[in-house]
Design a protein around this ligand. Structure first.
Ligand code: GAP
Length: 536
């Protein structure tokens, strides 16, 4: 992971936000290569899910043909949205404070191990990355027990690494930044929404939130979309946009950030078909990641256990990736596909529903101590009338919700490869190559004159100008050609085009393939076509 992080900074994929001032935790900036990669990922999603969807055909595995439309909602919405959605009451993590260091941690993310010396057993916790965790636990335990290196065998450290939420209590815990035991408070709820204030007066009534997900913007516009377009259930609305969560412990590079982008679909369908649509979206979304290059060995679909599901849901599955910062055998969520029943549309219509309503009955509106709705809905009719059957119902929702930043991170991790390639003298050297899918690659092709003379730069610049109209290409005439190849391999550029002496005679160039290293001669006239064909 360290090598990937360092390449990302060195080559301009990702930078820490506000780095010159020491950075700000949980916020990341995309550099010149990173912004292209992220845009390509979002455009691939938009093209494959929304714009390129053919509503006249029934895709393989789908119960019927369907329509897909897009939306772009505001980040700040009416505060009532978050009350009816449940985020105001329920969107929290558990945190603990350390009375000694005054630091705050997320309860389920601090890891550690039981350590024993003589008859004393303590739990030593740390925020160290997985690879360093054991050594860090040992170092802290040695210090706590005041052991010298020569007495290290007096210490026993458990094989199993646990998070704090798996312990019965925290009395024997050595907190990550503490010197004494039992300094952690009881876990408390911490709402993850960022608060902000509307207007200049700034009273309590003017408090609102930066959206923690893009989904709610889709639900509250459901009727607008129905009334303004000719879509019919089943159909989906997709949105890409920023979301904000005040994560207690942002970590693992961009994996858990405080500002990130989501790519979400809310798919509206008749209640009696929702199970079949859930299965369709789950499988379709999984296939999308493998088609773009994630290896199926590193990707799993984790179906939630029945006990984990809300009673209105027939299923939720997470698509998870074996990120290299996780211990072997552990996976991190890339996307969740949730069957949400009619929870969201009914909550925005009638008032926030009680997710703990009795099993087997329709959900009830949650009431306050006066027997009135705790959070009033909009009162707008969000039901749908099927013109063919004249049946009126509240559509059920299947929600494939992906993170653009986590997607970028997974594709970067998957792409990072070290192999061998010949240098300018034909000697085999280790090379670092980002094997990004051509659709995602920030630069599609690089154009080099072999030398900066004999008319080669002029021909190369002409090719560059021509290709630039169709795709992102890069011109480089600095240094030995082998070094120019290496620079492009690290940037993930799938093709390099070299103009040489032969080019001037027969109007051909060499086209080098990043992965196979194969070089073929292509006519300059046919270059655009050859590239577009290879890029897919
Ligand atoms: N509307 C449903 C929803 O927001 P979620 O599982 O909380 O569901 C969906 O988020 C996706 O958004 C996740 O699978 C992940 O890819 C991304 N995501 C969530 N929190 C994130 C964070 N703090 N940093 C980066 N990505 C995040």
């Amino acid at each position: 992971m360290d090598k990937i992080v360092s390449l990302c900074k060195r080559r301009g994929f990702l930078f820490q936000s506000s780095e010159i001032y020491g950075g700000v935790q949980g916020f990341w900036d995309y550099g010149p290569l990173g912004v292209e990669l992220k845009r390509n990922l979002k455009e691939a999603w938009w093209q494959d899910m929304i714009r390129g969807h053919n509503d006249l055909l029934t895709p393989p595995g789908a119960p019927a043909s369907f329509e897909m439309v897009g939306l772009d909602c505001t980040i700040i919405m009416h505060p009532q949205v978050w009350k009816c959605s449940g985020h105001y009451d329920l969107f929290h993590d558990h945190m603990v404070d350390c009375r000694e260091s005054k630091k705050r941690y997320r309860f389920d993310q601090v890891r550690g191990r039981w350590c024993e010396r003589g008859d004393q057993k303590i739990f030593v916790s740390t925020l160290a990355e997985v690879e360093q965790e054991f050594d860090e636990v040992r170092r802290r335990a040695m210090k706590f027990f005041k052991l010298r290196a020569k007495n290290a065998d007096e210490l026993t450290i458990a094989d199993e690494s646990l998070t704090l939420d798996k312990l019965d209590d925290t009395d024997s815990v050595l907190a990550p930044d503490a010197k004494t035991l039992g300094t952690l408070t009881e876990p408390r709820e911490f709402n993850l929404m960022f608060k902000t204030t509307l207007g200049a007066l700034g009273g309590e009534d003017d408090t609102t939130f930066l959206r923690p997900e893009t989904a709610q913007g889709i639900f509250v516009n459901f009727k607008n979309v129905l009334d303004s377009s000719r879509v019919k259930v089943p159909f989906g609305i997709g949105q890409i946009g920023k979301s904000f969560r005040n994560e207690i412990t942002p970590r693992n590079f961009t994996f858990r950030s405080r500002e990130f982008e989501q790519m979400e679909i809310e798919f509206f369908c008749p209640p009696d078909q929702s199970q079949a649509w859930y299965r369709y979206w789950r499988d379709r979304r999984m296939a999308w990641y493998t088609e773009l290059g994630l290896s199926s060995d590193s990707l799993i679909m984790r179906e939630h256990e029945p006990a984990e599901l809300a009673h209105y849901s027939v299923g939720t599955a997470d698509i998870e990736y074996a990120f290299p910062f996780l211990p072997p055998g552990e996976y991190g969520e890339l996307e969740g596909i949730a069957h949400r029943g009619d929870f969201d549309l009914r909550s925005h219509m009638e008032g926030k529903l009680n997710p703990n309503s009795p099993e087997g009955q329709p959900m009830q509106v949650e009431l306050n101590e006066h027997g009135k709705p705790k959070y009033r809905g909009s009162g707008k009719d969000l039901s749908y009338r099927d013109e063919a059957t004249n049946e009126k119902f509240i559509p059920h929702v299947v929600e494939p919700s992906a993170g653009a930043d986590r997607g970028v991170l997974a594709f970067l991790c998957e792409a990072y490869t070290e192999d061998e390639a010949p240098d300018d003298k034909g000697q085999m050297q280790t090379r670092t190559v980002m094997k990004l899918h051509p659709r995602l690659a920030p630069i599609k092709a690089a154009i080099f004159p072999l030398v900066k003379k004999d008319g080669m730069p002029e021909v190369a610049q002409e090719i560059y100008g021509e290709l630039k109209q169709h795709m992102n290409v890069f011109y480089d005439d600095k240094g030995a050609v082998g070094r120019r190849y290496r620079r492009q391999d690290e940037a993930g550029t799938p093709f390099c085009i070299t103009v040489d002496g032969e080019s001037l005679r027969d109007k051909t160039v060499t086209l080098r393939d990043r992965d196979s290293l194969e070089q073929t001669r292509v006519k300059i006239d046919e270059l655009s076509f050859a590239l577009i064909e290879r890029l897919g």
